[in-house]
Every structure is written in structure tokens, then in C-alpha cells.
Design a protein around this ligand. Structure first.
Ligand code: DOR
Length: 462
């Protein structure tokens, strides 16, 4: 097959790294090419025969994808380090082929201030294996400050919980929601479940109820109502919103009608699991918010992926210890780990014909970059950060507990056989993971954004 690439024009004497002989996903298409890296950035793409490099990575038989960006993870630090921390969570990411993560604010304390954000950034320095940014949580107490807080370096945007989930963050009434939406202009990521309806229906999740009632308590209407309210409020405020982990068929037409305003995330677990089977098999390990629902919703989410209503796939990595998960429903906490299994599951869906490789790339790199305004990441292009997820689309593997790095030590997908496996993670030109091994020291850095760009990347301003 002829390559659409011209040989690189910026041929230095010697590159730092050449990823050689792979099939590369660039904005021009997916085709054989070499990728050369200098000083952490992509320096050339093409047939680079004869070029010298300090390090050559043989990618023969492998696909070279833009470094995947997981825009929804909960890494529990500070406050709940017994189930995850920034070191173990980012190790799981790197092992799963993920190059960058956006971490959620429902830690303890919640991320509601510049001090809390600085604390997370300081904790990540020298301990994070992948690049990272942190969400600023929205609450009544910081609503007036959000326009300033959202522009702090290392912040990827604002997160609203409209329905209560793990932690204490909640913005439930229209008045405060509108105040938050009017304060600032960056993307607001929203957990859309209607708190009033959750309260009204709490009896369904009474002590002693089976976990299979979880999607009954937090039903379709709980999600649809919140998304409908959110669309109306966001339009009044003139604010772009990103609706996280959409789970129902009923929300899709609503979101499709608001594509000028709203972007959409779905998770691999909602695309893979279905009720009631998942509750029978996994018990409270399948419990998350919003819940895993019946198969008709899963099929609607796949249609929304195929038709472009969905912009991004995030894992909602939300680890809890097995001890916590062993508590009787509904005292068992909601959430399941997923950052390490995101790419294997999606590649398996590619091999099963449910997703194209082009769409996988769009949903895990270009999509996140577009939604959050990430500077210099999200595509394999000259001048961009050399972030690469190098994968073997043919590898047949089983997801096993001994491969998992999350402190929680389990996955709802243990025992699952998949076709497609991450082989290496390259971050700013450094091979951070190869063949299930972490290499070197953790040197993840804060992700940069167009709207808060540091002066040293002024060359990347639009
Ligand atoms: O199931 C969930 N778990 N949903 C959320 O919104 C939060 C998450 C967590 O932090 O445990």
C-alpha cells in the first residue's frame, strides 16, 4: 500500500527516538510510517529510512495510535489512598496504554480551591507515570470564584455533580447550577442524575434490596430529567457542557438536538455490560452511577457512537476496595476501576466490528483534545507532543488480576478474553511502558490547554 506521507522535512542529524515500521494513525489516515521524535515532540512522519536515532522502537506488526487520553478518572488522593493514589492510578493508566488522565474532584478534601489543586499537582510531581490535569469541583461555596479557578494551570475544567454519588459534591438546584454555568467559559463536565428524583425513589434501594434494583432506583427518567434540565440551563447561560457517562436511549435524541452546546461521553462498561446479567454475575462490583442498564440502552449507546453523537470514551475509573464492595447493597459504594482496561476493551470491540479504529482514535485522543482545548496533544502530527499508544490489534489476551496495577486489585472484566492489547506507552518521547513493564521514573507532567497556555508553548497558540 502506498504511503500518503512525504518523508520528513525536518531531518536532524540524529533523532531521539524513531518508532519504526508501524501502522500509524495520523490525521491523514491510517497507513505504514515511521515516527521520529526530537525533544519530546514529533519531528517527522514518513519513510525515514537511513535516519539515525538514539533509540529505535520496532513497531513492526503493531499500530501506533495517538496517546490515549482518559478524561474521567478518580484516583482518590488525597483522602482515600487505601484504594488508589496518584502513583498507582497513573501506573494503571500507563500499563493500559493511556498517556494522559483528567482526574475528578471528589477526593477528600474535594478539589474546590487553588490550594487543593496545587496540592494535587504537587503530589503528582515525581509520582505520576502519565500526564495529567485535575477538575475543579463546583459547589455553592466556590461558584463565585470558578471563573478564576478554572483558568489555573493544571486544571482541565469544572465538574458538576447534579446527583449525589461518591463524596459530598452536589449542585442540585437550578439557581446554583445557573450561577455555576454563568461563571467562566471553559468546558463544564456534568454528572447528570436528578437529585430530587433520587430522593423520592430512595425506598427502592432500601436496606436488604438486591443490587439489581440499582438501575430501578436510579432509573432512566432520573438521567433524562437531569440532562433535559442541564440542556435548558446551559442554553440560558450560553455555556458549553460535557455530559459524562451517558447511559440511556432516552437522552440520545436530547443530546443530538443540542450538539451546538453539549458534548457527550460514554464509558466502556456501559458499552460492554448489560443488566440484569452483570448484577447476577458481578453483584455490587457492577454497581456504579449512573447504573449499567438493560441491553436496549447499550445498543442505543453504540448507535450514538456510530452516528457521532458521542464525542469521547472515558473510563470513569472509580476504584473501591473489595471489602467496601462486600458491604450489603445499598451501603456498598458505587464505582468500578477501568483506566487500565479501556483500550483492551475498545480494541476488542474494534475486532468484533462494533467500532472502527478511526473512531476509537477519535474518541480517545482527538475528541478529548477538541472538547477540553488541549494544547499540543491528541494527534500524531509534526510539532505535537510525542504521545503514542502502541498496540497489537491481533494479540489475544485474558484480563487477569495480576496484570492490574490499581490498588483496589480487581476489575469487573477479570477473566474476559480480548483481542487487542497495549504494547507500549510513549509520553513526550519517553517509552514509559513496554510489554507490561513500567520503565524509568514517573515523570508525568501537567497537560496544557489553549486557554491557559504557558508562555513556553506560545508557538502552539491558534
Ligand atoms: O459510580 C460512580 N463512582 N459514579 C460517580 O459518579 C462517582 C464514582 C466514584 O467516585 O466512586
Amino acid at each position: 500500500m502506498p504511503t500518503p506521507f512525504e518523508p520528513g522535512t525536518m531531518m536532524p542529524e540524529r533523532y531521539d527516538l524513531i518508532v519504526k515500521g508501524g501502522t500509524v494513525a495520523t490525521p491523514s489516515g491510517i497507513a505504514p510510517a515511521d515516527v521520529a521524535v526530537t525533544a519530546g515532540r514529533i519531528a517527522a512522519i514518513g519513510a525515514l529510512d537511513g535516519a539515525a536515532a538514539a533509540e529505535v522502537f520496532d513497531a513492526g506488526g503493531l499500530h501506533v495510535l495517538p496517546g490515549a487520553i482518559d478524561t474521567q478518572v478518580h484516583f482518590r488522593e488525597p483522602g482515600h489512598e487505601y484504594k488508589e493514589d496518584l502513583a498507582t492510578g497513573t501506573a494503571a493508566a500507563a500499563l493500559g496504554g493511556i498517556a494522559a488522565v483528567f482526574e475528578m474532584p471528589n477526593t477528600s478534601p474535594s478539589t474546590l480551591s487553588a490550594e487543593a489543586l496545587d496540592d494535587k499537582l504537587a503530589r503528582a510531581k515525581g509520582r505520576a507515570w502519565v500526564d495529567h490535569a485535575f477538575f475543579m469541583g463546583a459547589a455553592a461555596e466556590n461558584a463565585a470564584e470558578l471563573a478564576r479557578l478554572e483558568l489555573l494551570p493544571g486544571c482541565c475544567g469544572v465538574k458538576i455533580f447534579m446527583g449525589s454519588s461518591t463524596g459530598s459534591l452536589l449542585v442540585e438546584d437550578d439557581e446554583t447550577l445557573l450561577e455555576v454555568l454563568k461563571s467562566g467559559r471553559r468546558r463544564v463536565a456534568v454528572h447528570a442524575e436528578d437529585e430530587d428524583r433520587l430522593r423520592e425513589r430512595l425506598e427502592i434501594a432500601r436496606q436488604g434490596a438486591a443490587v439489581a434494583f440499582h438501575p430501578e432506583w436510579r432509573d432512566e427518567e432520573t438521567a433524562r430529567l437531569a440532562t433535559e434540565r442541564l440542556m435548558a440551563l446551559a442554553r440560558r447561560a450560553g455555556r458549553r457542557v460535557h455530559v459524562l457517562h451517558v447511559t440511556t436511549a432516552e437522552e440520545i435524541p436530547l443530546l443530538a438536538a443540542n450538539k451546538d452546546l453539549a458534548t457527550v461521553e460514554v464509558t466502556p462498561q456501559h458499552l460492554t455490560l448489560a443488566a440484569p446479567e452483570c448484577y447476577d454475575r458481578l453483584g455490587t462490583r457492577a454497581q456504579m452511577n449512573p447504573p449499567i442498564r438493560a441491553a436496549r440502552h447499550r445498543e442505543a449507546l453504540w448507535r450514538a457512537v456510530a452516528q457521532g453523537v458521542v464525542d469521547v470514551i472515558g473510563s470513569d475509573h472509580a476504584p473501591h476496595s473489595l471489602e467496601e464492595k462486600a458491604k450489603p447493597y445499598p451501603t456498598s459504594p458505587s464505582g468500578m476501576p477501568g483506566v487500565q482496561t479501556l483500550l483492551p476493551l475498545l480494541m476488542d470491540h474494534v475486532n468484533a466490528g462494533r467500532l472502527t479504529l478511526e473512531r476509537l482514535v477519535d474518541l480517545t485522543s482527538a475528541g478529548p483534545a477538541r472538547i477540553y482545548g488541549i494544547a499540543g496533544k491528541g494527534r500524531i502530527a509534526v510539532g505535537y507532543d510525542a504521545d503514542l499508544s502502541i498496540v497489537d490489534l491481533q494479540a489475544k489476551r485474558e484480563i487477569t488480576a495480576d496484570w492490574l496495577a490499581s490498588k483496589c486489585g480487581w476489575s469487573p472484566f477479570e477473566g474476559r478474553r480480548v483481542t487487542g492489547w497495549p504494547v507500549a506507552t510513549v509520553i513526550r518521547g519517553r517509552v514509559v511502558m513496554r510489554e507490561a513493564e513500567l520503565l524509568g521514573d514517573p515523570a508525568g507532567a501537567p497537560v496544557r490547554f489553549w486557554e491557559t497556555l504557558a508562555p513556553e508553548r506560545a508557538d502552539l497558540r491558534p
